[in-house]
Unconditional design. Structure first.
Length: 75
């Protein structure tokens, strides 16, 4: 192999390191989602309150996108 040319083995090692790093990040995010889900959907009062708050926020976001209908008899 000539010096200064492309090194497929080095490229493969770099790619493998990137894949491992992404897998570690994915595992961390998976753990975070599990923790948040347990908190949000728990049967304890805090979990119930969090679920209600999330529902209220979703409804609020939906109502901001819809305009109320205007009737012909409205002043």
């Amino acid at each position: 192999m000539t010096t200064g040319g492309p090194d497929p083995l080095k490229d493969a090692r770099v790619l493998q390191a990137r894949v491992k790093a992404l897998q570690a990040l994915l595992e961390l995010q998976r753990w975070q989602v599990e923790v948040l889900s347990k908190r949000l959907y728990s049967s304890e009062p805090g979990g119930i309150a969090a679920r209600r708050l999330l529902d209220l926020k979703r409804r609020e976001m939906q109502t901001h996108h819809l305009e109320p209908p205007v009737g012909s008899n409205d002043p």
